[in-house]
Design a protein around this ligand. Sequence first.
Ligand code: SF4
Ligand code: SF4
Length: 471
Amino acid sequence: MYNAKSMKAEEFICHEEILDTLAYAEANKNNKELLEQIIAKAKLRKGLSHREASVLLACEDEKLVQEMFALAEQIKKDFYGNRIVLFAPLYLSNYCINHCVYCPYHATNKHIGRKKLTQDEVRAEVIALQDMGHKRLALEAGEDPVNNPIEYILDCIKTIYSIKHKNGAIRRVNVNIAATTVENYRKLKEAGIGTYILFQETYHKESYENLHPRGPKHNYAYHTEAMDRAMEGGIDDVGLGVLFGLERYRYELAGLLMHAEHLEAVHGVGPHTISVPRIKRADDIDPGVFDNGIDDATFCKIIAIIRIAVPYTGMIISTRENQAVREKALHLGISQISGGSRTSVGGYTEDVRPTDTEQFDVSDQRSLDEVIEWLMELGFLPSFCTACYRAGRTGDRFMELCKSKQIQNCCHPNALLTLKEYLEDYASPATKALGEKLLQAELPNIPQEKVREVCLERLQKIAQGERDFRF
Ligand code: SF4
Ligand code: SF4
């Protein structure tokens, strides 16, 4: 029986509730009065339930869909302005004992090279990432208690935070590792991680079990309840996501939003981020064999609906998507993107992008500098900000700040300060020229006069060599 407050996966992600929701959405997809009511509710910026969002997703009326897109873009502007936060994934190890049928790191893949970074190699990768200008990483590792035990992940985090190379520093390490115990989540928290990210892959239990035929990840409940254990272990910021293409997208959207509602109901704080990966080609993976693939138009609709359903949640898109899709998505609600990514173990220290141990094909292969220049040309403000986590503004404290709109007096100046650091230390001449113009144009947009003055002072100090200011 459906119960958002239950701690049992099959009760807070209730299959019957999802089927009822999908039937309700199908029955009402042409109910203009209801659709308009839901859109009017979304305009209040207080979010939507999984049922309401599902009705919008079923709607095929082009005029209403365009209205949803415009609203998503406006909500994004209201909460995030024109800022886009940048990050990069760092693959630590592709040893894995699971058998996920959509991932080339599955244990039965005997021909893919297996690699695990030593601490010296972690150091070299991180220096390469710092030299690109990155400040925020997402660590990735397969599940393997022998090769990648929690102690290994903790050692890597310690190494990463300790590296001070030129003006570079990784200031926030997010972690994307397999579901684990409360005790291990506590250790990750103590190691100073930012967000714990775990993709559900699919919320459909039967499909989930078929897609993960063996290995610890086969256990649907253990995987689905991981975020509750992470929060019990003290991690306030958790990141959700499904792998679109594995199951029917309408089922996934309902499940994803039910998961968000569950976190809010139980812990008082929803997901910090939602990622929207789509299945991609990789070593022995052909995305064509999964028959739930979604086209770009549907993908954009999903992004827009998530944006209006959970207005305070950050949304992430990776380099799995090409430049054109990323551009559309940025307008519909995405607030964080990766740039200059390499999805293989040890990829950043190679001159030429290695593909032999890639987890997925990278569609957007531009350098970070090209991505930054492109964002600015599109009118976005690239940000390397990591201030909230470092100031202890996580979980409900972050959400309160966000809801009170005070975040505008933090995010915007922090974006300017961190972009300035990037321009001084890493940008090409063309990017630097564009960025300096953007800083001048954006400075007056800081709402509070005092903050504006301090920001200007700090920008000047950065030009003189000082670093790491934050609001
Ligand atoms: S998705 Fe993760 S757990 Fe599954 S095979 Fe790939 S690395 Fe292993
Ligand atoms: S101030 Fe906080 S919410 Fe805003 S961009 Fe920085 S880290 Fe994110």
